[in-house]
Design a protein around this ligand. Sequence first.
Ligand SMILES: Nc1ncnc2c1ncn2[C@@H]1O[C@H](COP(=O)(O)OP(=O)(O)O)[C@@H](O)[C@H]1O
Ligand SMILES: [Mg+2]
Length: 375
Amino acid sequence: MENKGLTDYEYYIGLMSGTSLDGIDAVLVDFASDPPRLIEAHTHPLPDALRQQLGALCQPGDNEIERMGRADIALGERFAAAAQQLLRQTGIPATEIHAIGSHGQTIRHRPDAGFTLQIGDANRIARHTGITTVADFRRRDMAAGGQGAPLVPAFHAALFRSPDITRVVLNLGGMANITLLPAHPERPVSGYDTGPGNVLMDAWARQHLGRPLDENGAWAATGCVNEALLTRCLSDAYFRQAPPKSTGREHFNTDWLAARLAESEHPHSPADIQATLCELTAVSVAEAVRQTDTDAAELLVCGGGTNNTYLLSRLEAHLDSMDVIPSNERGLAADWVEAVAFAWLARETLEARPGNLPAVTGASEAVVLGAVYWA
Ligand SMILES: Nc1ncnc2c1ncn2[C@@H]1O[C@H](COP(=O)(O)OP(=O)(O)O)[C@@H](O)[C@H]1O
Ligand SMILES: [Mg+2]
């Protein structure tokens, strides 16, 4: 590391475990740089047993409080270990990190009922790392009447908004969300969850390939889109619902897919279904982008789904007037944007600045998000 003066850097750690349950994304960022400098990043594995426990908690079941309590501890320990690995890899001592922003693992997101729940005990993160930890970001927005999601748009605006070009940022996680960043400074930033991102494709690949994902969409590319199935999927009311809106595994899951498949008159090949699920993400995102009623010229793509080259080619096909560009080309690697966003949101919290955008979440006002667990 360079020998820097005390005021030359402002280190934060971001920890993100999203709906895909593919692992804990951990980043160490310097916010003294403009744009923020990503110093180190890695994906900390989720042991299979814990991944299964978390997946099971996403659906109603027996003895949930006991199972949640145990998973909360195990995941908190994993989050702490992910942060400690960043410190080891960089040689930066814990005392030089301002704070950790930990999103936690969503095990239930019910904006219709006014609650959302992210676990991964932040007491343990703060205790084991000796670093002040900010967590539980979403519920304060809900207390103000919002969806609690998406929360990344404020960060997208801080990082990617330009007076020269109107952009849409697309985050392709388990779910997909978009953020409209108008070039005109007086037009508001807007955004919402468009529906499934990778979650259905991942589930189908697991079921039929025995693999956690369809690498680069190669399997989907071998199939043919089944138009009848696609139409049935797109007829889901969520796609027509007006924003603000947010969704999760509670809605778009394997049961949801099974119900659409059960209505099919003819059996489809697994590869055709994968192609159709890929098209579902591409079409629902493209439709949402068009409905933002914008002259946006760039679609900046981030999240793990950016690696799905076939999905990106389908997005390009549906949005031919826009450039589809991985966020890597605009200053931040696609795989780490969301984890950096939660490091940034922790900083907003500690600076007592609001982190939600009422125009996005539907909250009655901008509020300071999160609970602080002091070192
Ligand atoms: N090489 C790849 N090919 C296809 N999909 C990929 C690839 N790499 C990552 N993904 C997708 O990205 C997902 C993880 O993205 P991520 O942004 O971490 O989502 P989440 O926030 O839901 O955890 C994986 O589950 C997978 O669907
Ligand atoms: Mg992930």
